[in-house]
Structures are given as structure tokens and as C-alpha cells.
Design a binder for this molecule. Sequence first.
Ligand code: R2B
Ligand code: URA
Length: 338
Amino acid sequence: MATCDCDNILPQGSVQEKHYDNCRQVWAERQPAFLPLLKNEDGTIRLINKNVLDLDKDVLYHFSFTNKSIDLQAEFGDVKFVCTGGTASRLKEFALYMAKRLGIPADENIKDWTKISNRYSMFKVGPILAFNHGIGIPSMTIAIQEAIKMLYYAKVKNPIFFRIGTCGGLAVEAGSVVISEWGLNGLLKKSYDLPVLGNIYSVPSILDKRLAQEIQLVASESNNNFKVYLGGTMGTDDFYRGQGRLDGPFCNHTEEQKNAFLRKLSDMGVRNIEMEATAFSALMTEAGIRGAIVCVPFLDRLHGDQVTTPKEQLVEWENNPMKVVGDYIVKYIENQKQ
Ligand code: R2B
Ligand code: URA
């Protein structure tokens, strides 16, 4: 019988959920229908795809390096927190922000490990790896899958992934923060459905409840001037029609239909809409990696479609998810020192 290996950062009982989803004991009891990658005894990622294990050299094409061109274990073996999000500038800013909070020297000239890719940017400060994933599921799943392989080669132990992002809110105020509990696709299914060889490969899009609750509790103990909500997140394949908007170049639904749909989502517990939640949660579940999505709503979709708030305010709001994730990471590191 597997025993619990949760490295709880808050005392048992402080949040409702007892275990993390990738607890060995939980896995042994749950026996999910799909095969998770699981992890090795020492917490390193266990890659079960034999095709990769057989490769002499693995080209991480979109990152523009291979497992042989960089000594991944030497450079990235101490990574614990993997933070991703849409834009390169924001993730660089996050890396520099965390460097400051952790007292690690870093400046504007911080190394971009994937600069020559011209696709993604990747930065490392202490135990933090930060890279951007672009907009939408395909761009993000490419970056995350290459990151999972990279962390496997680096022999990273028990990494925790965070997606910091922006979104449209549902009955939550702009500038607040939403921590996702699950992802919902455009057909209102809690899954990431990918066509593979002519069939749909479907993975549940559920996020780690304990991690989400811990992040919210840590945020509530911090002196924030914004609210932090927990809830479901719809992940769509389009910003306009796919999110029920009326202001794209094409629209075949009415305002009444849009409002009815958004109200239905809200009644289902959906608090925000973005473009990656289903795939992010599914990849984390399948890889057996703890992951969280922390987003700032730029508007309340129950009141409109256009993002009319001035850019300077949006940029300031984007700091809120960084602050929430930063507080969690700092708390985690402080706990390890005790
Ligand atoms: C939120 O914002 C982006 C679209 O504007 C997309 O990446 C997302 O999920
Ligand atoms: N990002 C989205 O995907 N939707 C919004 O409404 C705002 C940001």
C-alpha cells in the first residue's frame, strides 16, 4: 500500500482538501482510466514513452536546444517552481520580480535560454523556471510538453507548475484574481479532447484542489487590495465567437443567446474564461505534476465584450497573479528552511 508523500506547505486542516492530487496514496486508490506518467521514488519525472527513452538525442525543437546541447541537469536540476504565461515580457518580469523577492542577483540582461528559437523565451532564477507559452492551447501544449521532457532530463524533483494569465471574469470584478479548480471546454465538458490518429483522446481537466486552496489561503493572509476567488475556468479555442463575444468580424448569435450562455456558465461555477485551462490541467494530470492557474480578469463578461480599461491599468492588474504566486513560492521556500 502506497503511503502519502504530500509535502504540505500549510498544516493539515487549514484547507479542506487533505492530499495533493499527485500524492502516491491518492493515485494508488484512484486508479485513473488513463495512464499517468507517475513519478519515481525520488520525485523525478518518470517518462513512460519508450520512443523518447530510446532516442540518442532528443531535439526540443521549439526551445531550440537538445538534451545534449545543454547540460540540463547541471543548469536546471534545482528547479522547483515552473511558471508560464502568455507573453515573454511578462514572464521575464516575473523572473526578475521573484529574483528580487528571493534576494537573487538578476537584472534586465538575464539570460534567455530559448532566445534563438524566436518562439518562446525562458528564464531561470534560483529554483524558478519561467517561460512564455503564447496564446491558446496548441502554442501552450507545445511549450509545456517540451518543458516536461526538459525537466525529465534535468532530473527535477516534484516540480510545481503555475500558469499566470489574463481572462474575462464572470460575476467577479476586473483586477481581482481567480484560481482555477477545473477547466471546462467549449462543449461544457471538463476535459481536454485532442484528435489523435482520427480518434478523440480525452483527458480530465481537473486541477489540484489542495494546491488551489493553499494558494488562496496564503493570498488571504497577505495584505492584498484585490479579492482572490476559487472557481471553474472555461478554456476556449477562440477569443471572439468561442467566448460568446458579439464584437468579432463574424457573429451568428444574438445578445440574448450570449447572455443566457454566460449566465449558464456562471451557474455551473465558472468564474472566468481564457484560452488554455483545459489543456493545462489535463497535461498536469497526465504527467502527475501539481499545477495551478492564477488569472486576473480584465473585465466582467456579464457586462460587455470589449476590454476598454486603459493599458496602464491592465499592466498594473497583471501584477496581481504574480503577487499571489510569488507569495506562495516565498511561503513554500520559508517552510523548507524550518
Ligand atoms: C488570455 O488572454 C489571451 C487572449 O487575449 C489568452 O492567452 C488567454 O488565455
Ligand atoms: N483573455 C481572454 O481569453 N478573454 C478575455 O475576455 C480577456 C482576456
